[in-house]
Unconditional design. Structure first.
Lengths: 82, 726
């Protein structure tokens, strides 16, 4: 599954950046620490639903839906009832 | 701002031997590079060392161009270069290339990596990449005050031991730890601290083997290469600059053409073999190492009060229902305080400059027997226009900018960008345009400068061209005055204030609508393209430093903009006076121009006086109303009001209303003037700023003419509809 499927209250682990991701986007995602084994969770959702602020490596990084779909994740814990 | 206290001059204080030399020239012993992630207080450290005043703010990406300064410390002179803030040194963006190439080829004696102590995990990634290039490095753990407020404890000695370099804790905004930082810089520069080169990033598998192979080939040719693993990594990445330097013999004189070509070839083979996975592995290894370092040296409790406060604020200001109302309320509050608060100092200033100084100058001129034209030109023309601009422009800017900067310092503005990004994305623009747009409500020139935080050139241009649609401080008074004369007067007295205020708010909202519409239009036509990759870091909230903010924003923004406005206002005053006083064929040039412009003016529901006023008052929107009044009295030949041809004057709202009604103004004229005040060319200060920022005549012309085109079309349509129903 990709990052857009993550719900508030869940914690996920990043698996990889998906095939087909434009080179520039991939570079920037990696630079921001979207690497395998990094933990990620949703901190805030913008009032209009997009972008979303994720907590990763103890900082808040906002991504648009279009870019978040390139990040492959696996849910580690939590439920989506929050 | 440099606070000076008795301690600064005390012999016992090693800081006393710091001499901030700013931009002065002279012999330099050591070159220092200042690197770091965006928003780690790098510029604050730079300012503390050099005494220069780089603008700082709680907003990632403040340092856009490379800044340089000097300081002397214990008899040695240091040159320090503030590199652009970057998250990494691996990519091809311009910022990263500048930083990477300077550290690698500029061969600084010491590289200071400024990191945010409260976000060490992310920040160490960059530090590790720099350590791969050079171990002549000092790690500056900045924002220690923030870190301890968040309950973060860092074992500095262990971190220093693990990295093999000096690690210094600082709180640059409080000037804490600067002395220790200077000592560490000196120790590394002179070699008294022996930094320990080690392999920081451990690569495994195919990637590890590839890097190892290229490294050993390089070492075979030159066993003394200091940063062989980094070079190997860059060669496999096919970094153009590194390849060119290697083949050119700039990396090592021992490695020459044929040998280097062989290595470059081998690196290329590895790259195509490992492919995309290569970069993944490198970045993973870097983050693995930085995680390890953090878990060994940092203890923190993410449930501390300050963490919870940050989250609570974020939950409210980005809330689904409350996010937008809070945003409008805050911006509205800032504008309201500005407009109301500016009245009093404006009156004081105009009382002083127009009612006290002006007559004195007139008396002095007649005592010195100035000819009438010289007196008129200098005092009624140049002086009066300049004085007017200062009186009406300075107070609102001196209130708006500090308030805005306080919000910026606190960290709220990136949240505004976060809230509004979706709308900007749909218009093909960048979320950070939300900031430059809000800034435009203060001053469009300042808004245009602020577009530097947008990295993508296409989206930066969109932000520049549309900034004029934010109703700036100079136009609010015009809007309020005309709304109360022409619209407030249409309804019963008790509703007048509300109706005119709503009309002005409507104009401002219309401006925002034009911003989105034009952004969308440009990204579909002249500036075609999808909106590029958008990332935004939301920095932690920081308590703003009130007095420092007020002081620096006055210097940085207010005075610079005011100065530019004065430079343009003085000649405009001269022109206004000249066209009103030079007669051709029995009447003044101004009257001829008004007669010529009148048909066009009437056609779009305005008049010739308004059009001429907008032509001559191009330096500042603030002088539009006084110019209109002066020209109107001249047209009417009304000597009861005003002080003569080409002389701006002050009058109460009621007098202005009578004057304008006498001149044949209708409600339509009022409405269209409000619209035209929103939709016309930017003031000359802004046009000049646009030219400086874009370096392009073409885009400056587009930014200047497009709003006029809108203005003419909108005013024409409104006039047609008006005539249809009346």
């Amino acid at each position: 599954m990709d990052l857009t499927a993550l719900h508030k209250g869940q914690i996920a682990e990043i698996k990889c950046i998906k095939e087909g991701c434009p080179y520039e986007v991939k570079q920037r995602l990696l630079d921001l620490g979207f690497v395998a084994e990094a933990n990620i969770r949703i901190q805030n959702i913008s009032p209009l639903g997009d972008p979303i602020a994720y907590e990763i490596h103890r900082t808040l990084i906002c991504l648009r839906h279009d870019d978040a779909r390139y990040v492959q994740i696996e849910i580690k814990e939590g439920n989506d009832n929050e | 701002m440099i606070m000076s206290s008795a301690c600064d001059n005390c012999e016992l204080n090693p800081n006393a031997s710091l001499k901030r030399l700013g931009e002065s020239t002279g012999n330099v012993h050591y070159t220092i590079a200042l690197a770091g992630n965006p928003n780690t207080g790098k510029s604050t450290v730079f300012n503390a060392l050099t005494g220069l005043k780089q603008h700082t703010g709680n907003w990632p990406g403040k340092t856009v161009t490379r800044a340089e300064g000097k300081f002397a410390y214990q008899d040695e002179t240091y040159r320090i270069i503030d590199l652009p803030g970057t998250y990494s040194l691996l990519s091809t963006s311009e910022d990263e290339e500048v930083a990477r190439n300077f550290i690698l080829f500029g061969k600084p004696d010491v590289t200071v990596v400024v990191v945010d102590a409260s976000r060490l995990e992310r920040n160490l990634s960059l530090a590790l990449q720099i350590l791969e290039i050079t171990d002549k490095t000092v790690l500056c753990l900045n924002l220690m005050d923030e870190a301890s407020r968040h309950g973060i404890h860092i074992d500095i000695r262990t971190l220093s031991k693990d990295l093999g370099i000096p690690v210094v804790a600082t709180s640059a905004r409080k000037k804490e730890g600067i002395t220790e930082l200077l000592a560490a810089i000196r120790q590394v520069a002179e070699g008294t601290f022996r930094t320990k080169k080690q392999q920081y990033v451990r690569l495994t598998g195919d990637t590890g083997k590839a890097v190892e192979d290229i490294s050993s080939r390089l070492l075979e040719l030159d066993p003394d290469l200091p940063n062989v693993q980094w070079l190997a990594m860059r060669l496999i990445e096919h970094d153009k600059h590194v390849v060119a330097a290697l083949t050119g013999g700039d990396i090592s004189p021992l490695i020459d053409g044929p040998h280097s070509a062989e290595i470059v070839q081998a690196a290329k083979k590895y790259r195509s073999k490992i492919g995309d996975d290569y970069r993944n592995k490198v970045v993973e290894a870097i983050y693995a190492k930085s995680n390890k370092l953090v878990s060994d040296t940092v203890s923190s409790d993410s449930s501390t009060r300050s963490f919870r406060i940050d989250r609570a604020i974020d939950n409210v200001v980005t809330h689904r229902f409350w996010g937008f109302p809070i945003m409008f309320l805050l911006l509205g509050l800032v504008l309201w305080i500005t407009i109301i608060g500016a009245n009093y100092p404006s009156e004081l200033l105009s009382g002083l400059l127009l009612e006290k100084v002006y007559p004195i100058l007139k008396t002095a001129a007649s005592m010195l027997h100035f000819p009438w034209w010289l007196e008129g030109f200098l005092i009624d023309g140049v002086y009066l226009a300049t004085a007017w601009v200062i009186a009406v422009m300075l107070p609102p800017m001196a209130i708006f900018f500090p308030l805005f900067t306080l919000l910026e310092d606190f960290g709220y503005l990136p949240r505004v960008a976060f809230n509004l990004d979706n709308l900007f994305r749909k218009a093909g623009a960048h979320g950070k345009q939300a900031l430059t747009m809000s800034m435009g409500f203060g001053c469009n020139a300042a808004g245009v400068v602020a577009t530097r935080i947008i990295n993508s050139p296409r989206e930066k241009l969109i932000a520049i061209i549309t900034n004029n649609f934010s109703l700036c401080n100079g136009r609010w008074p015009t809007q309020i005055l005309i709304a109360s004369i022409f619209l407030g007067a249409l309804v019963p007295k008790e509703w007048a204030g509300t109706v005119s205020m709503l009309a002005v708010v409507f104009i401002a909202v219309l401006g925002i609508a034009f911003t989105f519409f034009t952004s969308w239009l440009l990204s579909k036509t002249l500036l075609k393209g999808e909106s590029s990759f958008f990332t935004l870091e939301l920095p932690p909230y920081r308590p703003p430093r009130f007095f420092q903010t007020v002081y620096t924003s006055l210097l940085d923004r207010t005075l610079i903009v005011l100065w530019r406005a004065i430079v343009f206002a003085a000649p405009a005053g001269a022109v206004i006076w000249l066209i009103s006083n030079i007669d051709v064929n029995g009447q003044s040039i101004a009257l001829w121009m008004i007669e010529g412009l009148d048909p066009i003016g009437i056609f779009i529901g305005l008049n010739g006086v308004i059009l001429l006023a907008y032509v001559v008052a191009i330096p500042a929107n603030e002088i539009v109303i006084p110019t209109i009044m002066m020209l109107t009295t001249m047209v009417l030949g009304n000597t009861a009001m005003g002080h003569g041809a080409g002389i701006m004057f002050e009058a109460g709202d009621a007098e202005i209303a009578t004057l304008l009604h006498t001149a044949g103004w209708t409600t339509l004229t009022g409405i269209n003037l409000m619209l035209f005040s929103l939709l016309h060319n930017p003031c000359s200060t802004t046009i000049y700023t646009i030219y400086k920022e874009t370096g392009s005549r073409k885009w400056t012309t587009v930014a200047t003419l497009l709003p006029i085109l809108y203005g003419v079309i909108v005013c024409f349509l409104v006039a047609q509809i008006w005539h249809l129903f009346s």
